[in-house]
Design a protein around this ligand. Structure first.
Ligand code: 0X9
Ligand code: ZN
Length: 439
């Protein structure tokens, strides 16, 4: 991950920083979007490559990892849902099969449960073939500390519009940071204007989701004087939480070698690590498309909201009844997904269904992604968007960003950010009254 050479690149602002907490050693910086994009594109100096043959080293590191990459026969969403329940972490969906990661223990049980495994390879073999791009080459992505530095820089440089606060701590004690953009209301105090929430990195290895949420925040502030953006900043209450699962994201990159980690860092009683945070919310919790086995990639946890990260979101959302729309970024597949995810049904309320469909279609056009009901892909319970909508009537979407792997390289960042900013702005344009999309 990139070490931002902040002092050399950005203007340091020595006063006027407004932080809600944990900022004693903060280093406020003023970041221009052009500069940040230049950094992202690699046009500004980065630390020299160590020359280490990282693909080999990275693969070696996975020799002791017992997971497999498998392809399994699956002709429809019902089989895909059952496979999630059997512990498969579905990454790719074909016409007649699906592929993804699964633990050795879950893989052993597949044939007796009637599944046909078409191919399997250890994660080590998979990594040797697929690590075309190395973590060093992905240095433009922002790790947790770099993400904090960007967020702090934005808050410090735009105290009239931006404030930064933590919504809670993770399993390992990291703060989950939230940037608020609002010209009159700051910090964690509730807001009165219509609210929009953007989240990234529920899943550890989906680092592109952090980039999209973070660089969207940078973009909004860089364009704060454009009349359209100014109107949103004046009339709306915008929250951006780029890393819901920083423990997992850090674990995924800690050695400089990717680990394909999905879950959080909860130590489970059976010594496995992690709960799938997108199965831990309490809408129909763990009834379909999720696994009760702690070692599984789709482990829903011992109970709904057992994990501190979804707990933080659970404390955050009802305290803000002004929230109207939400986006949770994931990767990959180029999809815009909306409820229901946890049941194979349309949303009952026809007007709400119309809003989901119309907003999905609009964001699909702007991103080039396919809009669809989430359960048409597979049924998965305990998912973020379902919880937001079922409890609070928030129009909660999930975007599966573009790319053809969890590690699509740094070149994808610009395009993914640009397309998704358009959809995120569209979301702002309807946040005051989402039902207006029906008119
Ligand atoms: O399975 C998930 O949590 C999401 N996909 S990911 O590859 N990022 O893990 C998709 C959630 C959307 N819900 C359903 N398709 N049911
Ligand atoms: Zn995900």
């Amino acid at each position: 991950m990139k070490r931002l050479v902040l002092a050399a690149v950005f203007t340091i602002i020595l006063s006027g920083a407004v932080y809600a907490s944990d900022t004693a050693d903060a280093k406020p910086v003023n970041i221009s979007f052009a500069q940040l994009l230049a950094q992202v594109k690699g046009e500004l100096p980065r630390p020299p490559d160590t020359g280490e043959p990282l693909s080999v080293a990275a693969a070696e590191d996975l020799k002791k990892d017992s997971r497999y990459w498998v392809t399994i026969q699956a002709g429809d969403k019902y089989v895909r849902t059952a496979l999630l329940e059997a512990g498969l972490d579905i990454a790719e969906i074909g016409d007649k099969s699906v592929s993804g990661f699964i633990t050795a223990a879950d893989l052993d049980k597949l044939p007796e449960n009637g599944f046909t495994v078409q191919s399997r390879q250890t994660i080590y073999e998979y990594a040797k073939k697929h690590l075309k791009d190395f973590p060093a080459a992905d240095a433009r992505y922002h790790n947790y500390q770099e993400t904090i530095e960007v967020l702090q820089g934005l808050a410090a440089a735009n105290p009239e519009l931006a404030s930064l606060f933590s919504i809670g701590r993770t399993t390992e004690g990291r703060e989950i940071w939230c940037l608020r953009l609002n010209s009159t209301q700051k910090g964690p105090a509730p807001g009165s204007k219509p609210g929009a929430l953007y989240m990234g990195t529920h899943h550890a290895r989906e680092h592109l989701s952090n980039e999209v949420a973070l660089l969207y925040a940078v973009w909004l502030l860089e364009h704060k004087n454009d009349p359209e953006i100014r109107k949103y900043l004046d009339t709306l209450d915008i929250y951006i939480i780029p890393m819901v699962n920083p423990d997992g994201a850090e674990y995924d990159i800690r050695t400089g070698k990717y680990r394909w980690h999905r879950k959080n860092m909860r130590p489970n009683p059976d010594k496995s690590i992690g709960v799938d945070l997108n199965r831990n919310y309490d809408f129909l919790w763990c009834t379909q498309g999720a696994s009760h086995s702690p070692g599984s990639e789709t482990y829903c946890g011992p109970s709904a909201f057992s994990e501190p990260e979804p707990q933080a979101i659970k404390a955050f959302v009802p305290a803000r009844p002004n929230l109207k729309v939400a986006m949770s970024y994931h990767s990959y597949s180029s999809l815009i997904l909306y409820p229901w995810a946890g049941k194979d049904a349309e949303v009952d309320n026809a007007r709400d269904r119309g809003v989901f469909t119309a907003m999905g279609a609009a964001m699909g056009k702007l991103t080039g992604y396919r809009p669809q009901r989430a359960s048409d892909l597979y049924v998965a319970t305990g998912e973020t968007g379902d919880w937001l909508y079922s409890n609070y009537g928030i129009f909660g979407f999930t975007t599966e960003l573009e790319g053809r792997s969890f590690y699509p390289g740094a070149d994808i960042i610009d395009r993914a950010v640009a397309g998704n900013i358009k959809a995120a702005l569209y979301m702002l344009s309807v946040a005051d009254d989402p039902y207006k999309v029906l008119r």
